[in-house]
Design a protein around this ligand. Sequence first.
Ligand SMILES: C[S@@+](CC[C@H](N)C(=O)[O-])C[C@H]1O[C@@H](n2cnc3c(N)ncnc32)[C@H](O)[C@@H]1O
Length: 309
Amino acid sequence: MAAPAHSTGTRAGRHAIRGDDLLQWRRQQLNQGGQAAGLDWLLDLEGGVGWQQLQHLRLHPETLLQLQVPLERLEALWQRHCNGQEPLQYLVGQCPWRDLTLQVAPGVLIPRQETELLVDLALAIWAGAGSPDGPRRWADLGTGSGCLALALALAWPQSQGHAIDRSTEALRQAAANLNSKGLEHRVQLLEGEWWMPLQPHWGALDLVVSNPPYIPRWVWRGLEPVVRDHEPALALVGGDDGLEALRAIASEAARALAPGGWLLLEHHHDQSAAVLELLRAGGLVEVTPHPDLEGQWRFASARRAPEQP
Ligand SMILES: C[S@@+](CC[C@H](N)C(=O)[O-])C[C@H]1O[C@@H](n2cnc3c(N)ncnc32)[C@H](O)[C@@H]1O
């Protein structure tokens, strides 16, 4: 936090700077390129100077404040971001997501804000349909950093979770994130293709979430270099039409889910009709689209028909 102007010296690991010097440095960086939102994100996450504090400095530039790291380090990271298009989240090794701070590194997708809604959807669907303790058994197909798995494990401490990925790097990252929250006993990590590692539990999965790769290859080719050249294609590209992974997941769901069990999917903004059709073709019922915060149909839910009494 801001210290008074007459404060002296630095504490261990802290680096003193006057507000006006920091604001001038910030202007210099932005003159060379990059976006203010990105630089302020870096100042916050790596430098420990939040947005409110920056506002305070504009009014009281004489304030002496303490950075978490030397200014040279912030500058080096910002230059790497601007010159090499490296994602800031990889550079600082973390990403805030819901109420969590997740560790992220190259080789694993940076969790996106819209995916937070998949957790809300899972909680809402289960609250309306299931027991208050949560599902007996849930799974996250294509867990990546483990973001969805962590959120569900925290929400449903009584449940057994499974998190699947084909990428060893992703599973390593998910394990680190689960361990950091003491959640490793609630979620089993399994390497393999979508439903395959879950075969011992087929017919007993009460709720399954997935944010699979769904970007058509030709769209991926035109993405910003910060995404296309640095985040794993395995996590992004869903084949030529973007639906390859969604097709694989939807087609096996009725076998793998428990009777009455739910499948919740994230997909591209223009795939809603196709995904709903894949879910119906897979034999699921109560097939429903769900919007994101901008009203785009980005999610779908469906369930295996419950057993008749
Ligand atoms: C869009 S990312 C989602 C990661 C994380 N769930 C999230 O929301 O940030 C898709 C994930 O699916 C994994 N994946 C891709 N193909 C797969 C397959 N055939 N079987 C299992 N996982 C796969 C990728 O490695 C990646 O971690």
